[in-house]
Design a binder for this molecule. Structure first.
Ligand SMILES: C[S@@+](CC[C@H](N)C(=O)[O-])C[C@H]1O[C@@H](n2cnc3c(N)ncnc32)[C@H](O)[C@@H]1O
Length: 185
């Protein structure tokens, strides 16, 4: 178990607090669905977990945690940059933990997430940032907080607030801007 696993419960509670009463919720890059199940259990909300990897999606579906909330959660295999199976304005909140840095094309995925988010819907992003312990451990490409902020702005998110919840983990809250982007007019 690494420090990030140890901090997971703390991050999950913080995400639930930020989501509040927003319902339904999309957990993008849900992996094995731990956060998906947690949000359904804690908030009593409907939560859709989407992940590009079907291997992860099929894991842990039969745990008691998962069974308890099976009427509130559903899982779909899908790519954040192409959520054709979801109509516009479907979700009141979107959450993503440790996923942004894995998107092949972040601007495209962020625009697609914005499409399926309701007007004024919340978008919560938790991710590792560039230059920290996670980068040393896994050697993946991470972004600076400034880069994350500009990507979100470019994609049409507003009211962006960021805080470090650990040395190299940033917690970002934002909303869908109600102003149309240039290419949407
Ligand atoms: C580091 S894991 C985090 C999983 C989960 N959020 C958690 O905290 O346990 C990143 C996840 O993002 C998924 N992912 C990467 N790119 C994706 C994309 N374009 N669309 C949807 N899921 C994606 C991966 O398959 C993986 O399950």
């Amino acid at each position: 178990m690494n420090i990030y696993d140890e901090m997971e419960p703390q991050f999950y509670h913080k995400i639930a607090e930020a989501v509040g009463k927003a319902n339904p919720i999309l957990d993008i890059g849900c992996g094995e669905g731990r956060l998906t199940n947690f949000l359904a259990r804690t908030l009593g909300s409907e939560v859709c977990g989407v992940d590009i990897s079907d291997l992860k999606l099929t894991k842990d579906r039969e745990t008691s945690d998962a069974r308890d909330v099976s009427d509130l959660v559903w899982f779909v295999k899908g790519d954040a940059s192409q959520l054709d199976f979801l109509v516009n304005d479907s979700f009141a909140a979107i959450v993503s933990i440790y996923v942004l840095h894995e998107f092949m094309n972040p601007p495209e995925s962020l625009r697609e997430l914005r499409r399926v988010l309701k007007a004024s819907g919340k978008f919560i992003v938790v991710d590792f940032v560039k230059g920290g312990e996670a980068e040393r451990l896994w050697a993946e490409r991470y972004y600076t907080p400034c880069e994350i902020e500009s990507m979100l702005k470019e994609a049409g998110f507003t009211d962006i607030a960021m805080e470090f919840v650990y040395d190299d983990v940033v917690f970002v809250t934002s909303r869908m801007s109600c102003t149309r982007l240039k290419h949407e007019t």
